[in-house]
Design a protein around this ligand. Structure first.
Ligand SMILES: NC(=O)c1ccc[n+]([C@@H]2O[C@H](COP(=O)([O-])OP(=O)(O)OC[C@H]3O[C@@H](n4cnc5c(N)ncnc54)[C@H](O)[C@@H]3O)[C@@H](O)[C@H]2O)c1
Length: 331
């Protein structure tokens, strides 16, 4: 099958590309390289740079095609989508803080950019559109997060993801485009060297000899999902029987305190023969959610998907990836 990954040079996109290529699929990436770098794809298969004309000409097997372009460029989006069976839309402003600093720029990429990709996918007759959404679209709700809860976004990023979700649903009803919306928990794993999320940050800090700062008492909870599990969910959503804009919570369905995470990650450092990182408690951050985890039973029923990787194993695999090349810890 032909898979177009927007934002495919990023953390999730490059991991997905790796799995798809291993399964024998044709992979094309549309990325403006604002965050991701082509090197993220270089170890997967021969990398073939293409322009819009090359994209229109057809797909290359046995290589990853990279089209450098912006999702907001209608010509680039149209060319990239031509011939794609599945579009996985990952390209986004991926940060809550960035969205608070500049909500209009966040809207431009995360809402208008998604609309542009939906238009391109519809015009090209793509069979499935999978949107990378986030629990931020759901926002501050009583845990566990699940698809039946009324959304209550508390950041411009969450509001933009919610709008993008709504467009996926509308494109199904108005134009018959089959789509799925995946609300990811906190994703961690190999290929996350540039991410600001807590696991990647702690690993970079420990490797630089810096202590970990745990905000508040560390009793706040999050749902950490390993990238290998997440990639399986995306592939399931891309290939499942027709879907009409349905939302799925994609997470581990386990509530983990930040103290537990830090302890388990410290254990992974010791298991790798490294010193146990120092930790200290700092101020509680304003707006830090006390509890957050997801009920993933809908994904289990409809997609046959469940997270399988235990946190200690996932953290060891993540740390091994960072340790295999010191450049990975420099982002
Ligand atoms: N990583 C997580 O924990 C997490 C959690 C919830 C949701 N998500 C969502 O998953 C998706 C992928 O996240 P990630 O962690 O891989 O992020 P990432 O920042 O590593 O990757 C995003 C990629 O999109 C590209 N990009 C950004 N703006 C673009 C544009 N206008 N045109 C073309 N390319 C553009 C960047 O260069 C980058 O390669 C995002 O939509 C994000 O909101 C991620």
């Amino acid at each position: 099958m032909q898979w177009l990954l927007t934002g495919g040079c990023g953390f999730i996109g490059s991991a997905l590309a790796e799995r798809l290529v291993a399964e024998g699929h044709a992979v094309r990436v549309l990325d403006n390289l604002s965050v991701g770098k082509p090197e993220a794809l270089a170890d997967i298969a021969p990398l073939r740079r293409i322009e819009a004309q090359g994209a229109a000409a057809g797909w290359t097997r046995g290589a990853v095609e990279l089209m450098v372009g912006d999702i907001r460029d209608a010509d680039a989006a149209a060319a990239a989508c031509r011939g794609a069976a599945v579009v996985v839309h990952l390209a986004a402003n991926a940060g809550v803080m960035q969205s608070i600093a500049n909500p209009r720029a966040d809207m431009d990429v995360n809402v208008a950019g998604t609309l542009g990709m939906l238009e391109a996918a519809r015009a090209a007759g793509c069979g499935r559109f999978v949107l990378a959404s986030s629990n931020a679209a759901l926002g501050a709700v009583e845990p566990p997060a699940h698809e039946g809860r009324a959304p209550n976004p508390v950041s411009p990023y969450g509001a933009a993801k919610l709008a993008a979700e709504a467009y996926c649903l509308a494109y199904h009803h108005a134009y018959g485009l089959s789509s799925a919306v995946l609300r990811f928990g906190n994703v961690y794993g190999p290929r996350s060297g540039h991410k600001g999320s807590v696991v990647a940050l702690f690993i970079r800090q420990a490797l630089a000899g810096q202590p970990w700062e745990i905000h508040g008492d560390g009793g706040q909870t999050r749902d950490f999902v390993f990238i290998g599990d997440l990639v399986r969910a995306v592939i399931a959503a891309g290939t499942a029987a027709p879907l009409g804009g349905e939302v799925f919570q994609i997470a581990s369905a386990r509530e983990t305190t930040i103290n537990e995470l830090a302890d388990t990650l410290a254990g992974a450092f010791e298991a790798a023969g490294r010193p146990r990182p120092a930790m200290r408690h700092g101020e509680r951050r304003a707006g830090d959610v006390a509890r957050n985890y997801s009920d993933t039973s809908k994904a289990a029923e409809r997609l046959g998907w469940r997270a399988e990787t235990p946190l200690p194993e996932g953290l060891c695999r993540t740390l091994d990836w960072f340790l295999a090349d010191p450049r990975r810890a420099t982002g």
